[in-house]
Write a protein of this length. Structure first.
Length: 294
């Protein structure tokens, strides 16, 4: 956007750490911003930066065609907007939720005469702002996304992932779930060296380098799940991985470390192998993913 291009007004409901970071970025970019928060002090703190502080959600919604929500949860969205006229409004929901909640909220908004986008923020408050590294998945109304894209891109990158309103949350949770698994493995690794003459800071670069080298699994698994070919070009097959898993478990026992963070994955591989050793023994570990779908 050219610096001389008029900025359309935005309303932001919800000023937790993330909402406040979004607000400050929009204000710095020159967007007229109306804010509301249940705790009014958080809204008043932005007045000196140029934000207009609304006394109620209804007043805030009336102030702008684009209404952004960054609240505690899906129930908060419904409670805050209860009884408010949304006709003609463009709602962008950055409240963390599930795919089902995104789809339900989209239908709810459309029934009330509003266009709707659901969003999943990939980043922490410190990652909001130009060049800070954060981005947001959006799904729902493509027309709404296209119209407001400059505003949506001001605080963080914007990635449209489909007109199914649940897909932003699904992308968000898929990435966060992978992060949880990664953090679990890292936590287990550090627990193993507790009490040993190995400094965590010395293990850290080794962990980072090893995990980076294993990053190939992401693309490899995507290709195998698409082709359903789990055997071509396998270097470390499932039978070998399951056999080697005993070493991981015994080492944990020797070090007095619980296996609760890694045992579920090892058990999944064992189940895949035991279901059909002849067929699955030569696979890589990607086939175990198929056991997770209920």
């Amino acid at each position: 956007m050219n610096d001389n291009t008029p900025r359309n007004p935005i309303t932001l409901l919800g000023l937790g750490d993330m909402g406040t970071a979004l607000a400050r970025t929009w204000l710095a970019a020159g967007y007229p911003l109306t804010v509301w928060n249940r705790t009014s002090a958080k809204a008043e703190a932005l007045a000196s930066d140029g934000a207009a502080v609304a006394a109620s959600p209804a007043e805030a919604v009336a102030a702008s065609p684009l209404v952004v929500l960054c609240l505690l949860d899906d129930a908060s969205v419904e409670a805050v907007l209860d009884g408010i006229d949304l006709t003609g409004k463009d709602l962008v929901n950055l409240t963390t939720g599930t795919p089902s909640e995104g789809r339900t909220r989209a239908a709810w908004a459309e029934a009330r005469g509003a266009r709707f986008l659901d969003g999943g923020i990939m980043g922490t408050p410190s990652m909001i702002g130009p060049g800070a590294g954060g981005y947001v998945f959006y799904s729902g109304s493509r027309a709404l996304f296209d119209v407001h894209r400059p505003a949506l891109e001001a605080p963080a990158g914007a990635r449209f992932v489909g007109e199914d309103a649940g897909h932003a949350a699904l992308h968000d949770v898929a990435l966060l779930s992978a992060m949880c698994g990664l953090f679990a493995g890292i936590s287990h690794a550090y627990a193993l060296i507790e009490g040993e003459d190995i400094a965590p800071k010395d293990l850290a670069p080794l962990l980072s380098a090893w995990l980076g080298a294993m990053g190939f699994f992401v693309g490899n698994a995507a290709e195998r799940l698409t082709s359903r070919d789990f055997t071509s070009g396998v270097e470390s097959n499932l039978a070998m991985q399951v056999a080697a898993s005993g070493t991981l478990l015994r080492t944990a026992a020797e070090q007095g470390v619980s296996t609760e963070l890694i045992a579920p994955y090892l058990e999944l591989m064992r189940r895949r192998l035991e279901a059909d050793p002849a067929s699955h023994g030569g696979e890589d570990t990607t086939g175990a993913i198929t056991l997770l779908k209920r």
